[in-house]
Design a binder for this molecule. Structure first.
Ligand code: HEC
Length: 176
């Protein structure tokens, strides 16, 4: 096999393995685990979560060398805005340290504050089915750990933090 290709494969697999904390089913506030609609929607969350986290780790690893470079946080925000504009879903990178770089990234009262509390207490995943204007959505939260030494370059408060420093908050229509 081509060595360059092999090396790239190792990088991708490594990044995916580092970030892979799979959402588990059977969490509070949902409609029962046997519901196929809910299971399909949770599967979509797991897929999105792996894609986003793998992308952000790869960007940080290969393109971020100094604190003025486009950061993982900014890259994620730009990506989420593009996907929202296309009408797929909402995703938000939320602080879990109590000391965000940008105030707007602090957890909002309600789902986000509850999700931060639970995920910091080592629950691997949290979700809730909600209804808006007669349409059902899943709100889901997954953990963001400090996976690379590089994160500390801009987030001094992540130093020696072995727990989670953020969450990803998704809101997506149920997959019928
Ligand atoms: C080059 C500097 C830089 C690096 C490296 C960096 N970040 Fe950030 N991060 C930022 C900036 C700037 C923001 C604010 C983005 C915004 O809201 O516009 C941010 C925002 C965040 C947030 C939202 C909370 C907050 O503090 O506003 C999280 C969570 C986060 N980053 C996690 C990470 C993780 C995990 C890594 C390592 C993979 C990382 N960051 C690496 C600069 C950086």
């Amino acid at each position: 096999m081509n060595r360059k290709f092999l090396a790239w494969g190792v990088v991708v697999a490594g990044a995916a393995a580092l970030w892979f904390i799979a959402p588990k089913s059977g969490v509070v506030g949902a409609e029962g685990d046997k519901d196929p609609v809910l299971e399909r929607t949770r599967r979509e969350v797991r897929l999105l979560d792996d894609i986003y986290k793998t992308a952000v780790v790869l960007i940080t690893k290969h393109y971020v060398n100094e604190s003025s470079d486009l950061s993982a946080g900014q890259a994620a925000k730009a990506l989420f805005a593009g996907i929202k504009e296309k009408g797929w879903h909402d995703a938000r990178l939320v602080d879990a340290t109590g000391d965000p770089l940008v105030k707007a990234n602090a957890p909002q009262p309600g789902f986000e504050q509850e999700a931060v509390k639970r995920l910091k207490a080592n629950e691997p995943y949290y979700d809730q089915v909600i209804e808006e204007d007669g349409k059902k959505f899943l709100r889901a939260a997954t953990p963001v750990p400090v996976v690379m030494e590089k994160c500390v370059m801009c987030h001094e408060n992540y130093r020696n933090n072995k727990g989670i420093i953020g969450i990803l908050h998704y809101k997506l229509p149920l997959v019928q």
